[in-house]
Write a protein that binds this ligand. Structure first.
Ligand code: IMP
Ligand code: MG
Length: 186
């Protein structure tokens, strides 16, 4: 079990704040990512042209780990969207800073997200990808806060998350803590 370590805690960028409690340790995360990779491998037909789109920055670690457990041909791209700024609550406005440049028509797209909170990001992005001609768009989210009235259908979810604000394994607070190999509350 990981304990909050000095390398990740007490970050001066967030006023010397430290992480509080490890919620998912590195081994637990890696075991679940392996399972998800195996399930995703089984889920797509051999004739499907799979494009994995990781949502940056939060899903960078998850995407990199996940694709290495998917045993079939695929392509990887990234989409940069932001709805948070430096605050701990979603601003509700989703800005897209970078879209995949590849042609999406006829593709099976798997959107990889770090965490579904209000669902605002995915509700804005999925129709955009569908409008660009994707054959189907599925979502794989590492974490899901399961808030009431969040109507986002994720085909794969790694873990149900506590309602706390989480950092680590890609998740940040004001850009701090993304590098932690575990997920902790702040
Ligand atoms: P949503 O649009 O409200 O579902 O939020 C999606 C994005 O907000 C995620 O991709 C994260 O980048 C960020 N986010 C939501 N909850 C947390 C959290 O607990 N910690 C860090 N980032 C979060
Ligand atoms: Mg994000």
């Amino acid at each position: 079990m990981d304990r909050p370590d000095p390398g990740g805690a007490a970050d001066p960028r967030v006023g010397g704040r430290a992480v509080k409690e490890v919620v998912f340790d590195a081994e637990t995360i890696q075991a679940r990512v392996r399972e998800l990779g195996a399930e995703i491998t089984e889920a797509y037909g051999t004739d499907e042209r799979l494009l994995v789109i990781g949502l940056l920055k939060g899903a960078f670690a998850f995407t990199a780990d996940l694709v290495r457990h998917i045993r079939r041909p695929l392509e990887v791209d990234f989409l940069v969207a932001a709805s948070y700024g430096d605050a701990m609550e979603s601003s509700g406005v989703v800005k897209v800073h970078h879209d995949p440049v590849v042609d999406l028509s006829g593709r099976s797209v798997l959107v990889v997200e770090d965490i579904i909170d209000s669902g605002t990001t995915l509700r804005a992005l999925i129709p955009r990808l569908e409008a660009r001609g994707a054959e189907r768009v599925d979502i794989c989210a590492l974490l899901h806060k399961r808030l009431p009235d969040v109507a986002v259908e994720a085909r794969w979810v790694g873990f149900d998350a506590p309602k706390a604000f989480l950092v680590g394994y890609g998740l940040d607070h004001a850009e701090a803590f993304r590098h932690l190999p575990y997920i902790a509350s702040l």
